[in-house]
Design a protein. Structure first.
Length: 573
């Protein structure tokens, strides 16, 4: 089957254009990863691309792993699908020994520790939180391609550290790295860009190796990443960028949506394709999303792929306190699970990490297990590593058990029980992880063996292809980007929480609006928003974003008020 056959008209148009600069403006839920992978597969199928000469870059190891997995499923192997940093590091490690006559510098794994040592040298004793803020400021400076002096001239500072001291700390930090022959994460990009600029033979080698470029999430590129991309390209024009300006939520880390918004101006011969057919969300959810971003630069008008006449409008519920809000959300989720919805189909999203504790506690009180995104990754959990090692060991010994029975035996020996422990603790987290491994075994092919199964688990770990845990997901809005759930609860839609209190000025509020948009567009079937009138001793007002999406551009109401005193259903024990 052709790589284009499974695509809709607009997706097919984007995937068919294999040459020249291409910008795919892809709204939430419109199938951008599908377009990227099918476009590359189409190029390989037609002979326009050699897989080894294709570079596909994105921003997270998980996204890169998904690209590799999807390309593999399409029969395409050998494409360099990596993050910006992984690509730059591979090039540094390859060329550095030849250029410098020594191995490439090692990469520091903890800026805060090194900054603490630099602070000691200038007789400062900042807190760990302050050191983390300084590390973030250094990262922003570097990806913005500013020297220490240029950064100082901007007058930016960190709470408790004046500009002069911040300059001293940065100089001390850089000196320590140089003494130890080390680079930090951002230095990898800077060093790779510097190498390509200063060494024509290196640039020529890279240009010969890679001829066709694809960049995912292009709205998130920083000035440094964009410069590196230009150096990789040279004077060629075979680049396809994919992004959505409405999902630019990392400006604080240096992301600059102008590179996406101005792509056509920078490349006058560019082809621009807009993907606005949303395959994820019900129409009322898309109406709310569109109203939120109406009139914003680069905003796309999302339309549902199919009509749904029974879809519920998003709801908004006001509570007196954050505790009552968390309890109300937990009760609603409990009722939904009683009605047969899998916990894995439900997410609770919020603006700041601090909001997770009360929500996790309220859900545990209802007996509902949760997984917090941004915590320990599935394949990094000790229970999972232990299970894979035990399965590999069991594969060596002869057994009379069937494959699934063999996996069950191994996992039971490691502590998997028939009934789960109480929700809300490490024991339940470990149980859920082992149960997820057993479900993978139960869903495996009939001829699966313990050895092939453990090999498959290791391959999934490499691609960060994590199995589904049957738990309710808790996540910040930032961490939820790129994910989706049938049922989403958005907590804390109050002034001071969303937009967050320190967001001041038009640009900062606009970024908070885009963050709200990301939250809304995670939902497929139902969306429930809530806020509380008080936080501690302070009184709060509902988020301005509720008013913005309360009516559509035509003035029609698209939010439904609901009572916090809804009837609660009891979960079976």
């Amino acid at each position: 089957m052709s790589a284009l056959e499974a695509l809709d008209e607009r997706q097919r148009e984007a995937a068919s254009i294999l040459r020249g600069p291409v910008a795919v403006l892809a709204g939430a839920g419109t199938g951008k990863t599908r377009v990227i992978t099918h476009r590359i597969a189409h190029g390989v199928d037609t002979g326009a691309y050699s897989p080894s000469r294709v570079m596909a870059v994105t921003f997270t190891a998980k996204a890169a792993g998904e690209l590799r997995g999807r390309l593999r499923a399409l029969g395409v192997e050998g494409v360099a699908a990596r993050t910006f940093h992984a690509t730059a590091l591979a090039q540094l490690n390859f060329f550095w020994p030849t250029l410098a006559g020594s191995p490439a510098p090692s990469i520091i794994d903890n800026k805060v520790r090194l900054l603490g040592q630099a602070a000691d040298a200038v007789r400062l004793r900042p807190s760990t939180a302050t050191l983390r803020d300084i590390a973030s400021e250094i990262e922003w400076r570097k990806v913005s391609m500013l020297s220490i002096d240029q950064h100082a001239a901007l007058g930016r500072s960190v709470t408790g550290i004046d500009t002069e001291r911040l300059v001293d700390l940065q100089r001390g930090y850089e000196a320590l790295k140089d003494e130890r022959h080390q680079l930090d994460f951002e230095d990898v990009l800077l060093a790779c860009a510097g190498m390509l600029e200063a060494e024509p033979r290196v640039a020529a080698s890279v240009h010969e190796q890679y001829r066709h470029f694809t960049v995912d999430e292009f709205q998130d590129v920083s000035p440094l990443q964009n410069r590196l991309l230009e150096l990789w390209l040279g004077d060629r024009h075979d680049i396809c960028v994919v992004g959505d300006a409405s999902q630019t939520i990392y400006s604080f880390a240096g992301a600059d949506q102008r590179y996406l918004l101005e792509f056509e101006r920078r490349h006058p011969d560019a082809t621009v394709v807009r993907l606005e057919t949303n395959y994820r969300s019900q129409a009322p959810i898309l109406e709310a999303a569109n109203a939120l971003m109406h009139g914003r630069p680069g905003a796309l008008e999302l339309v549902p792929a199919r009509e749904s006449f029974s879809a519920d409008a998003p709801t908004v519920t006001a509570y007196d306190t954050e505790g009552e809000e968390a309890a109300g959300i937990a009760a609603a989720i409990s009722a939904r699970i009683v009605d047969g919805v899998s916990p894995a189909d439900i997410a609770v999203l919020y603006r700041a990490h601090a909001q997770s504790a009360v929500l996790q506690q309220a859900l545990a009180a209802e007996g509902i297990a949760t997984t917090v995104l941004g915590g320990t990754r599935f394949f990094a959990m000790p229970e999972v590593r232990q299970a894979i090692l035990a399965l590999r060991a069991a594969a060596v010994a002869p057994t009379e058990h069937s494959f699934v029975a063999g996996v069950q035996r191994v996992l039971r020996e490691l502590g998997l029980t028939e009934e789960p422990p109480a929700a809300g603790g490490a024991q339940r987290d470990g149980w859920e992880a082992r149960r997820a491994i057993l479900r993978l075994a139960e869903e495996a092919a009939p001829d699966e063996t313990l050895r092939s199964f453990s090999d498959a688990l290791m391959a999934r770990a490499k691609d960060q292809h994590e199995p589904e845990l049957r738990t309710v997901t808790l996540s910040t809005l930032h961490a939820a980007k790129g994910l989706e759930w049938p049922h989403v609860y958005l907590a804390g839609w109050a002034e001071g929480a969303l937009p967050i209190s320190y967001a001041q000025g038009f640009d900062a509020i606009d970024e908070e609006r885009r963050l709200a948009y990301v939250g809304v567009t995670r939902a497929a079937r139902t969306l429930a928003l809530s806020w509380s009138r008080s936080a501690g001793r302070g009184e709060r007002a509902p988020s301005r974003f509720l008013a913005e999406i309360g009516t559509s551009a035509r003035g029609t109401g698209i939010l439904r008020e609901t009572s916090p005193n809804a009837t609660r259903a009891r979960r079976p024990l």
